[in-house]
Write a protein that binds this ligand. Sequence first.
Ligand code: SAM
Length: 283
Amino acid sequence: MADDGSGARASGGGPVSAEQRHWNDPGWAASWPRRERLTSEVTGTLLDHLGPVAGERVLEVGSGGGTATFALADRVGSGGSVVAVDVSVPLCDLARSRAGERGIDNVTFVVADAQRADIPGGPFSAAVSQFGVMFFDDPVAAFANLRAHVAGGAPLAFACWRSPADNPWMVNATVAAFSAAPPAPPPGPGVPGPFAFADTAATLALVGAAGWQAARATPCDVAVEVDEEVLFDESFLHVAGVPEERVGQAVEAVRAKLAPLARPGGRYEVPLAFQVVTAVAPA
Ligand SMILES: C[S@@+](CC[C@H](N)C(=O)[O-])C[C@H]1O[C@@H](n2cnc3c(N)ncnc32)[C@H](O)[C@@H]1O
């Protein structure tokens, strides 16, 4: 079941997962706008791989605050539209208010679990995701659901992170060690999280198993210099479940991890190592 917004929780009919709880923390509305400084660097590359044209009706998965959605909306123009699905009520609320402020009216933000939801508005002419598909607990079923929502021959393109070693700026694991939450399993294929699709062969195999054809991956690298708050800040630590009394220790550990990336003026040189996976729905 999809919910078009108003604050109700989205489950897509299934049980509420740890990822759904995580992304519905109200703290993301304050924290994600800083994080987007990184994810937005990828949007141009991702959309170039997808190749949307005027008049298309595109399905986006895991739209967050909507920055890629708005770029897509611009490419498909007033004769096209984007239906952007996200499991997070606070981030969909943020995206909707931004769309209103910017006068963008060819986007619809739907609160739903893209893994299993019946998403209104299809069949879509393309499907896309900027770092929104690595949190599925059953990726093959999820990609099969996305395929069921697009027209025959429609392209899929998504961006996902490569390995933790290639992305030394990602401090989630360092922060998790200070969290009051139960320890997360180590990152890897089959474990929802930012690095779930770091293994290219395993990722292409699961996309194929979900019925998409001609899956291929293109490694991409972008370097960006940012302030510390883009990589972490207190709201990021709170969303990650770090109790107040451990915030100081967590900050120290994170700064130690990031030290090799430090630049003058409190800035950091951040290597974004991701891949763009593309595939096509059977005709
Ligand atoms: C890393 S953020 C990326 C947000 C945005 N695309 C960007 O690049 O800034 C991942 C997004 O995926 C969403 N998400 C996670 N699991 C999802 C699911 N099963 N269905 C829909 N959205 C999901 C989260 O709520 C979050 O907004």
